[in-house]
Design a binder for this molecule. Structure first.
Ligand code: PEP
Length: 259
């Protein structure tokens, strides 16, 4: 069975005081993180604070981005080995905001994915289609291309160390959500694509759904058999809403509900 994961992408939000408060709030329900994987992705400047606050707990943390190589003349960038050195375990790669706002194409995303693995980080590869691409019936094609670029660069076996997040671009931060059926169809398509190359990877890899996931739509989405948890943006910025999604993940996936 694939262990559920709920990950909070805090994006460029928070000051040290609010980060402290958020972590304190999330820690109010420690039983959740003993059943499911809970991960937070603070801004880079808050990584060491979050590491210290989470020391000795079962909550994990990761980085939102990395650059290629170990060192070099890349002003403003952070390498995978710097993140590993900090104690970091996970890193997001290919988030749609990186692709759209910072010009990251599939080749760069694939190189970052490989750089993450070389630094012994676990990448969460984000894939997803725009609304136009969905309307043109290109959803599966677009996602296959995003996956294929990574397979070409890093090899299919690299996915043994990775997770995938399906995040329809039109659902991120918009309040629109894929229906459970739409999301499930894409998650199955991702597994089908991976199975063409390695059946066991297709069966074991965790695929998260992201895109305006909230406590009220989480039960239906997370009930889908190929959705293994969520990557949460806006709703991860408040402990209460993040914990409510984690609670739903535990209830729906593991049949455990805590009062
Ligand atoms: C995200 O940015 O990964 C995300 C899913 O954001 P939101 O939940 O706010 O749509």
């Amino acid at each position: 069975m694939r262990k559920p994961m709920v990950a909070g992408n805090w994006k460029m939000n928070g000051l040290s005081s609010s980060v402290r408060a958020l972590i304190e709030g999330i820690q109010q329900e420690p039983h959740l993180s003993s059943s499911i994987d809970m991960v937070v992705f603070p801004a880079a400047v808050h990584l060491s604070l979050v590491r210290d606050l989470l020391a000795g707990t079962s909550l994990a943390w990761g980085a939102q981005n990395l650059y290629l190589g170990e060192n070099g003349a890349f002003t403003g960038e952070i390498s995978g080995s710097m993140l590993t050195d900090l104690g970091c375990r996970y890193v997001l790669v290919g988030h749609s905001e990186r692709r759209a706002l910072f010009g990251e194409d599939s080749a760069l995303v694939a190189a970052k994915f490989q750089a993450a693995l070389q630094a012994r980080l676990q990448p969460i590869l984000c894939v997803g289609e725009t609304l136009k691409q969905r309307e043109r019936g290109e959803t599966e094609k677009v996602i296959q291309e995003q996956l294929a670029a990574v397979v070409k660069k890093a090899g299919i076996s690299a996915f043994r160390q990775a997770l995938i997040a399906y995040e329809p671009v039109w659902a991120i931060g918009t309040g629109l959500t894929a229906t459970p059926e739409q999301a499930q169809a894409v998650h199955i398509a991702i597994r089908r694509y991976l199975a063409e190359q390695e059946v066991d990877i297709a069966q074991t890899i965790r695929i998260l759904y992201g895109g305006s996931l909230k406590a009220d739509n989480a039960p239906q989405l997370l009930a889908m058999p190929d959705i293994d948890g969520g990557l949460v943006g806006g709703a991860s910025l408040e402990a209460k809403s993040f914990l409510a999604i984690c609670q739903e993940a535990m209830a729906v996936k593991l049949g455990q509900r805590v009062a």
